[in-house]
Design a protein around this ligand. Sequence first.
Ligand code: AMP
Length: 375
Amino acid sequence: MKVGILGGGQLARMLAQAGLPLGLDFTIVDPKADACAGALGRRITAQWDDDAAVEALAACDRVTCDFENVPAKVLDALTGRTTVHPSARALAAGQDRLHEKRMFESLDIPVPSYAAVSSRPDLAEAVARIGFPAVLKTRRMGYDGKGQAVLRSDEDLEPAWQTLGGQDLILEGFVPFDFECAITVVRSASGEIRCYPLSRTVHRDGILQLALAPAPGHEDLQARAETMGRALADHLDYVGCLTLELFAVEGQLLANEFAPRVHNSAHWTIEGAQVSQFENHLRAVCGWPLGSTAARGQSLMINWIGQMPARERLLACAGLHWHDYGKSARAGRKVGHATLTEADGQGLETLMGALRPALDDQLALLLGGLMKDSA
Ligand code: AMP
């Protein structure tokens, strides 16, 4: 079967790595000539709406995406010519933070307090209602903490408005979360849903840095997160993997946002689950039976941001799996990750302890905090 992927980043690369053993052929479209998934399939370097690229995708049996902001006109051009999962409707549902929050509320998925902001007086009014601290975000195109400003006092309003004003915005109450977590669910074309265990996530500067799964000691939250993920996937008549990012606060879960694709918080599933999110996404997209989402043990995933670390010392750590995306170094860029997997929490704890001295100071500090919290 031929699968086309819009976007050739690391998510497309890991999809192809999971799909080649399934016998799938990949066509990968990306405007960048050095897109890191390109080597794993037929690489087409072209703008998203390029006629030849659209023709090549239309000739595939299935088309999927490695990012959510696919221009609607590309999806329209493919509609009726091939099968596209996730659908244009599912992608659109996550493209505007205001509509996304309203959709969550309609599905009884709790969200932080929020207000739409499209003018300076709106901002003052929203702050008066929501209070400090709050987070001002662009409604569209924001990711990894980009297009956001934290407001702590009246003095922060004008600088934030100068940076973000002039586009549609949303103000959210800053959630004093106990921790962040994420649930990935996969839904088949026939409507069967399977849920992965919750990942406990740690961000730095808005970028995911660590994920620990199954989130230790939070079995009670798993059921609630599953209910939310199922409601969302059913509502969107979704096919493939989606991830719901959540704040855990005083025993409650509040939804931050969802991603209509495979997601960084579930990269641990490559080694740590019976069937990875990448394989299950492809199984769903191809109309095949889903695989088990059960964990094989306990896993920790560490993102490499900016540049790959020296590998020798890290590879010497027991139980460590290495993923180099083959991308050039750039500040804030996700260039690779590593996963530690062990049969049980105690074993993983020992591995994490042995790994810490091999990490840079900031990462070692974050990992230390996570280990302490989850002990
Ligand atoms: P986002 O781009 O919305 O996924 O935000 C990136 C990260 O910023 C989140 O994972 C949180 O760590 C933080 N963040 C975003 N929104 C809020 C909020 N309303 N309250 C507290 N932290 C937030």
